[in-house]
Design a protein around this ligand. Structure first.
Ligand SMILES: [Fe+2]
Length: 334
């Protein structure tokens, strides 16, 4: 589990004490009351959640790893408070268990219904923002999503990533810079996107050529890159499972506005994983996974048509953050 390493340090013992700390006295009362049937918890429904939490915490082993103890303390406590507030019926509790069970049954190597659930309720996006904060002026970091492939061949600047030529031509040019504006010569730029039907190459391997609409480029001496592609279409997340049914019941859509994914790396800088969205997409204000941010919305500008086909251009500035000294120390340790 994330952070378990901290449990080995001196702070671990102190943290566990803090996690258990306040619970001990009242927990003993709660257990005693329950054992005697005197019903302290029953007599004060408003405190029922707190008593349940304290009774649970009192049972944590003294050597429980700190991060696990903190997670259990907060997670179980919030769940008890939620139950005390909503007071679900037994039938509602069964429906909740059935939903979680079905989400598990839908998850396999090709489809991760749990990740979908985390995405559409905004948890994945929140974790990304907390773990990868970016200062003003830097391009925001977002989720990579499920369609990234790390094994894409490098292409020369100016090459087309459309291997089947289907769709409206789009010329993308951009510049990679550091937070202070200095160009990042030789930055590595990976790109991947859906096609004009809103589908990625690895979603339909029998219909699209391998590596279609994917590429890897190296920026020139001024941090500039450019490539040809086709205009992507937005798409909807899978709606046929329990998460889709829950979102339908809530009246929440699963659309993602059209976008192109980028991953940019340059020595001494934080890796930037982001999307650039088509600002003219009607779903721009309701991205199902909460990925749209100021600074990630761009204009796909119409250009002169080519053999009767409309063409577009997209011009980008991608700004990376220098690695902080703390981050570099951590990187050096690993
Ligand atoms: Fe995507």
């Amino acid at each position: 589990m994330h952070g378990q390493g901290e449990s080995q340090g001196q702070g671990g013992a102190e943290g566990r004490e803090r996690a258990r700390g306040h619970a001990n006295g009242r927990a003993a009362d709660a257990d005693l009351a329950a054992a005697e049937g005197s019903g302290s918890a029953d007599a004060a429904p408003a405190d029922a959640g707190a008593f349940a939490t304290e009774a649970f915490l009192a049972r944590l082993a003294p050597d429980t790893p700190l991060r696990l103890a903190e997670t259990a303390t907060a997670g179980v406590g919030m769940l008890h408070a939620l139950v005390a507030q909503l007071r679900p019926t037994s039938e509602e509790f069964r429906l909740a268990i059935d939903f979680l069970t079905e989400v598990g049954h839908y998850a396999d190597a090709r489809r991760q219904e749990w990740v979908l659930f985390a995405d559409v309720i905004g948890v994945s996006s929140l974790i990304e923002r907390l773990n990868h904060p970016r200062p003003e002026g830097a391009t925001p970091n977002t989720l990579a999503g499920p369609f990234y492939r790390p094994d894409v061949p490098e292409l020369p600047l100016g090459a087309s990533i459309s291997r089947d030529g289907r769709g409206e031509p789009l010329l993308v040019s951009g510049r990679v810079a550091s937070l202070d504006g200095a160009p990042l010569a030789g930055a590595r730029v990976e790109v991947w996107q859906a096609n004009a039907d809103g589908l990625y190459e690895n979603q339909e391997p029998d219909r699209q050529p391998e590596y279609n609409l994917r590429g890897r480029f190296v920026a020139d001496g001024e941090g500039r890159f450019h490539f040809a592609t086709v205009r992507p279409k937005g798409y909807s997340l899978p709606a046929d499972g329990p998460v889709g049914r829950l979102m339908a019941a809530l009246g929440i859509g699963l659309e993602r506005p059209a976008h192109i994914h980028f991953r940019v790396t340059s020595p001494g800088h934080e890796t930037l994983t982001t999307h650039i969205f088509d600002g003219s997409d009607s779903a721009i204000s309701r991205d199902a996974i909460f990925g749209v941010r100021e600074g990630l919305v761009a204009e796909f500008r119409p250009a002169a048509s080519e053999r009767g086909r409309r063409r577009y251009t997209l011009d980008l500035n991608l700004v990376l953050c220098p690695q902080s000294s703390q981050r570099m120390k951590e990187t050096g340790r690993r």
